[in-house]
Design a protein around this ligand. Structure first.
Ligand SMILES: Nc1ncnc2c1ncn2[C@@H]1O[C@H](COP(=O)(O)OP(=O)(O)OP(=O)(O)O)[C@@H](O)[C@H]1O
Ligand SMILES: [Mg+2]
Length: 237
């Protein structure tokens, strides 16, 4: 089982201040492909990713990456186990060039520049440009590229298409599909069109718990179920 399980989360509890944000989150992600982590605003999607990275204190629960228990490990050790995190706010260094941003994320050994530039040729062309002057979509490419530069086995990506123009949304979706060929990807995504396009599996959170787990095809085939779980119509934006 562990050989094919990229991520296993069991009974994860997180408190932020007074609020019990994650109330026993459990789900598994098989190796390969994209799992969309979905749910209405404020249900705990970002907190789940941050808890997996050890960025917020977990009061209870187990996290396994590739069969290894990483629950008690600090963030840097989880990163070294091959988990890449692309946070919601992108976190590129605006004052540094694209190249410098990439170089800063090298985890030792050789960065996979050929692979990253093959995936995002534009980043090579814009190597000397300050990241702060890039479009939102281009900054998202830098953020994803930074996670792919290292030989990660698991990528956690938080709302990469948020606030992007439609054309850039498509570009980022293509990039995610290619990224997922290299590493198992857990994608938090509000744009259901993107989730439907790139994800094979879905995990839906509500009130700090998993309320649905299954294939993307099955969920998106049922507009009623999508509406019930996500409070929106299925299919698009
Ligand atoms: N530092 C904090 N202290 C207290 N409560 C917090 C803190 N950060 C987040 N929360 C609360 O925890 C809940 C979950 O937040 P989280 O950011 O994980 O949700 P989300 O599903 O990612 O939402 P969104 O779709 O808006 O990105 C929210 O109700 C939020 O208000
Ligand atoms: Mg969020």
């Amino acid at each position: 089982m562990s050989a094919v399980t990229a991520l296993r989360v069991e009974d994860l509890h997180v408190y932020l201040g007074e609020s019990h944000v994650l109330q026993g989150v459990s789900f598994s992600v098989a190796k390969g492909g994209v799992t969309a982590l979905l749910g209405r605003n404020g249900v705990g999607k970002t907190t789940t990713l941050r808890a997996l990275m050890g960025l917020v204190p977990r009061t209870r629960g187990t996290v396994e990456v590739q069969g290894e228990n990483v629950t008690r490990l600090p963030t840097h050790a989880i990163v070294r186990r091959g988990v890449g995190y692309v946070p919601e706010d992108r976190d590129v260094f605006a004052g540094l060039t694209v190249e410098e941003n990439l170089r800063l994320s090298e985890r030792g050994g050789d960065g996979r520049y050929d692979l990253v530039y093959d995936l995002f040729p534009e980043l090579r062309e814009r190597g000397r440009q300050r990241a702060g002057t890039l479009s939102g979509g281009q900054q998202q490419m830098v953020a994803i590229a930074r996670a792919l530069l290292n030989d990660n086995s698991l990528l956690l990506v938080d709302e990469p298409t948020k606030g992007l123009a439609p054309l850039l949304v498509t570009e980022v979706a293509v990039a995610l599909e290619r990224a997922a060929e290299l590493a198992t990807t857990v994608l938090v995504e509000q744009n259901l069109g993107v989730a439907q396009r790139v994800a094979q599996h879905v995990v839906v959170l509500d009130g700090g718990r998993v309320v649905h787990e299954g294939t993307a095809a099955e969920l998106f085939a049922s507009p009623e179920r999508v509406r019930e779980l996500l409070g929106v119509h299925g299919g698009h934006n």
